[in-house]
Ligand binder design. Structure first.
Ligand code: PHE
Length: 341
């Protein structure tokens, strides 16, 4: 076999050195086209064969073709290497650090008020109470009149009550549900009615919208002792301890007798602190024996049946349970706050 013409040998070596140097597909393509492209160096050797000495033409042509093949092979091999390296680099960029903390999806959670409300509802359903609901947009009749709250009563004042066009109002207490639940119903029964109520009021401890839970029970021989028994059990459950209860005589048009109830401050154990305004007591709600006139209005024979009713705020219980300083925080829906609970 004839020795390769020296210029083809050096051309091939040069090409191979450049192929090895190319480290991107783009650079490799450029090298290939420099030698094997339409105007490439090997291509032009092949094209000029016609001008070569006829005695050398055949061997020169074969040598040029071998050079072409050798370069083509190296290009293909190098292409494989570059593609592999690029794939590995891409995989490296996507590598997973299994030690990083996961970014879990934000799971929805119950609002502190819902948590407290559910806890209360669970307690009372365990005592045989059923849940009754009423609308937040209420009639004057259900919210006031049927509850024996006369026209001139200050509770009806526009300063307290949100009146709506057309004569309805936003219920100011859950006691309106007493009327809805009792009307046309035959005792015995016991209900609770948790829900939103509305009053013109705004301070750290008051919000124009807040939550109450109403409870009431009617039977032939229900008395105040039953009421106190239920309330003590409820207080023990809610405050997870053994709080004192205090009943102060009071006036509600829809109960007789009526009482306002307080529980001993749990933060100072009744000694007096800032939270309870140094009284040792916290206001809890109102209660009493359902006024016979209310029973009569609902079509219940008040000579035969008696009942008790109580109502208290839910929001303040949530404030105390979760140590929240301001009612507003409960209603703003700020996740930075809610996530702490
Ligand atoms: N409805 C009264 C209030 O909102 C509370 C209450 C309920 C009092 C039931 C007596 C009986 O203040």
């Amino acid at each position: 076999m004839a020795a390769e013409p020296s210029h083809l040998v050096s051309l091939t070596e040069r090409a191979i050195a450049e192929i090895v140097d190319a480290d991107t597909i783009h650079a490799l393509n450029a090298v290939r086209s420099r030698y094997l492209g339409r105007k490439g160096e090997v291509t032009s050797v092949l094209r000029s064969l016609g001008d070569a000495d006829p005695s050398e033409r055949a061997s020169l042509g074969q040598a040029a073709n071998r050079a072409k093949q050798a370069i083509e092979d190296r290009v293909a091999a190098r292409r494989g290497e570059i593609e592999n390296a690029e794939r590995n680099r891409a995989l490296g960029r996507q590598s997973i650090d299994v030690t990083l903390p996961g970014a879990g999806p934000l799971a929805g959670r119950l609002h502190p008020i819902s948590l407290v409300m559910r806890d209360m509802v669970e307690f009372f359903t365990g005592m045989g109470f059923s849940i009754e609901e009423g609308p937040e947009v209420e009639t004057e009749y259900n919210n006031f009149e049927a509850l024996n709250i006369p026209d001139e009563h200050p509770a009806r004042d526009e300063q307290d009550t949100f009146y709506l066009e057309g004569g309805n109002l936003l219920r100011t207490h859950t006691s309106s549900v007493q009327i809805r639940a009792m009307t046309g119903r035959e005792p015995p029964f016991r209900f609770i009615a948790p829900g939103r109520v509305y009053r013109h009021d705004l301070s750290p401890r008051h919000s124009p919208m807040f939550h109450q839970i109403e409870g009431f029970m009617v039977d032939e021989d229900v008395n105040f002792a039953d009421l106190k028994g239920i309330l003590y059990a409820f207080a023990r459950h809610l405050m997870q301890g053994d709080p004192e209860l205090r009943f102060r005589s009071n006036h509600f048009p829809f109960t007789e007798p009526s009482a306002e109830m307080d529980y001993s401050c749990r933060l100072c154990d009744g000694q007096g602190c800032k939270v309870c305004s140094h009284t040792g007591w916290m206001e809890w709600g109102g209660c009493g024996m359902i006024h016979p006139r209310v029973l009569d209005r609902c079509g219940i024979d008040s000579d035969r049946f008696q009942g008790f009713a109580f109502g208290m705020g839910i929001d303040r219980a949530a404030l105390l349970r979760y140590g929240v300083p301001h009612l507003r925080l409960l209603f703003e829906g700020d996740l930075r706050f809610l996530e702490q609970i």
